[in-house]
Every structure is written in C-alpha cells, then in structure tokens.
Design a protein around this ligand. Structure first.
Ligand code: IPD
Length: 268
C-alpha cells in the first residue's frame, strides 16, 4: 500500500496539470457541449478533455488503481485504491467565466462508495486564482495560494455575530422548493450566506476558515471526496443526516462548534 503522502504528491501533480489545461481551454473560449439532467447540469468539451488527461496520468503512474470520474470514466481497482475525480467542479462558473472552479482529485481505499471508503489523499486546485488545497490522511491540510502564500489549514469557529454559511442547490427544479424551506431553517444561524457554485471550493472554504459551515443535498461522490478529507484534516466535521456519512441526501461540513447546531436545523 503506498503512503498517503505519495498519493497526495501524485494528486497534486495531476491536479495542477489538469487545472492548467482547463484554464487554457477557458481562455480559448468554452462551448457547452451538452446539458445533462437539467438546464444547469452542463458539460463542456473541456470537462471531458480534462477528465481524460487526469485518467491517463493516474493510469500511467498507478495502472492497478481504480477510477471514478464525473464524466463517466470508471475502472475497477486491482490495488484497493480508487481515484475519485471531478475534472471541473463548478462547470457553470467555468462556462460563464466566473473564477470559482476547480479540479478535484481524491485517492480512497476500499470500495468506491462514500459510505464505505477511507479517503487517503486529496487535492483541489482552482487554476483561475492559482490556489491549491490539499491533505493526506493524518498529515493535516495545506493551502498553497498565489493570494495568501502557503499555510496549514484550520477551520474557524464562528463569531457571536453568526456564521458565514454556504450552500448549493440541486439541478432538479423539483428540489428547489424544499431547498428554500431548508434554507429558512438554517438562516437564523447565519450572519450571511454564499452560493459559490463549486462544492469542492465550499468544502475547502470551510477548511480554510473562509466559510464557517456548508451544507448541500444532492452531491455526487466526486463533488466531495477530496474536499471532505481536507475539511477533516483541518479539524472540521463532515457528515450526513442521522449519524450517516455524507451522501446524496446531505453533506454537512463545519467547524466542531457549529456542526451540531447546523445538523439540528437540517434534521428538523
Ligand atoms: C456541481 C457544483 C455545484 C453544486 C452541484 C455540483 P459540477 O458540480 O459543485 O456547486 O451545487 O451539486 O454537482 O457539476 O459543476 O461538477
């Protein structure tokens, strides 16, 4: 079994190369290639090209590992390790030129199922602002940023003035009314609210102490695999409802002092 640090190094190297490709394609002009489940659920040629690059690089370095990618890439694992990849998280931001999108790469061991896996390493790279968030299991989480320099990540406890919360909304229009009702329940905890548009950046925002708490219903494994490990390694809590791990029903990430209150509001 490779060390978590070795897997982290590979995740970082590939995320940076993939991010550079995404940014280059963005400068050349992005075309929406298809809509998937709903109008907001889009895919660009760059999503597919970046996933292909990530897959090739990981397979060349570690041919026995499995792969699970947002754009359909899947391969079974012969080594017990699977790479869980969102080539461009925040595709709507990417398509509209909003600089909040990221390549998200995680290495997990065990079954490629968030209820069962153990996340070992993760890298979330936003090439638009040249920020890399990364963690290896048991080794802490780190930010390497063109804005902030380099630092270890630590979640922040919210001030008495209330929490800066973030959330996202599912693509299915039928989920919007319940999402607004949920929002009404959590807003009494909030000083203000953000909808950043990339789950990996919401999660790494919690890890970096930029956001106090985040929740979203409807995430896929590749949306949260790397970001959730980064939050936990930064001292935060990530879970779903009713004692379960984060899943499609709910992903909640927060500093320990906020988590219980946020969970209680979401379970009402
Ligand atoms: C989406 C983004 C968005 C979140 C959606 C995700 P994608 O990922 O993370 O913020 O609200 O649930 O699916 O489709 O841009 O990779």
């Amino acid at each position: 079994m490779p060390s978590a640090l070795d897997l982290q190094s590979l995740a970082i190297e590939v995320a940076k190369e993939a991010g550079a490709l995404a940014a280059r394609r963005r400068r050349e002009g992005v075309q929406i290639a298809a809509t998937k489940s709903a109008l907001a659920d889009i895919v660009t040629d760059a999503d597919r090209e970046v996933e292909q690059l990530v897959r090739e690089r990981l397979a060349a370095a570690r041919p026995d590992d499995g792969f699970l990618g947002e754009e359909g890439g899947a391969a079974a694992s012969a080594s017990g390790i699977t790479w869980v990849v969102d080539p461009i998280d925040g595709t709507v931001n990417y398509a509209y030129g909003i600089p909040a999108y990221a390549v998200s790469i995680a290495a997990v061991s065990g079954e490629p199922d968030p209820q069962k896996w153990e996340a070992l390493a993760g890298a979330v790279y936003n090439p638009a602002v040249d920020e890399l968030f990364t963690a290896a299991r048991g080794e802490g989480a780190r930010l390497v940023s063109s804005i902030e320099g380099e630092r270890m990540l630590r979640v922040a406890e919210p001030s008495d003035a209330g929490a800066l919360l973030a959330t996202g909304f599912g693509y299915d229009p039928a989920t919007h009314a319940p999402a607004l009702e949920r929002l009404g329940r959590v807003m009494p905890l909030a000083r203000d609210l953000r909808r950043i548009g990339a789950a990996s950046l919401d999660l790494t925002g919690v890890a970096a102490g930029r956001i106090d708490g985040y929740y979203e219903k409807g995430l896929w494994p590749w949306d949260h695999a790397a970001g959730a490990l980064i939050v936990v390694e930064a001292g935060g809590v990530v879970a779903g409802l009713g004692g379960k791990r984060a899943d499609r029903e709910m992903t909640i990430a927060a500093a320990p002092g906020l988590f219980a209150a946020l969970l209680a509001r979401l379970e009402e």
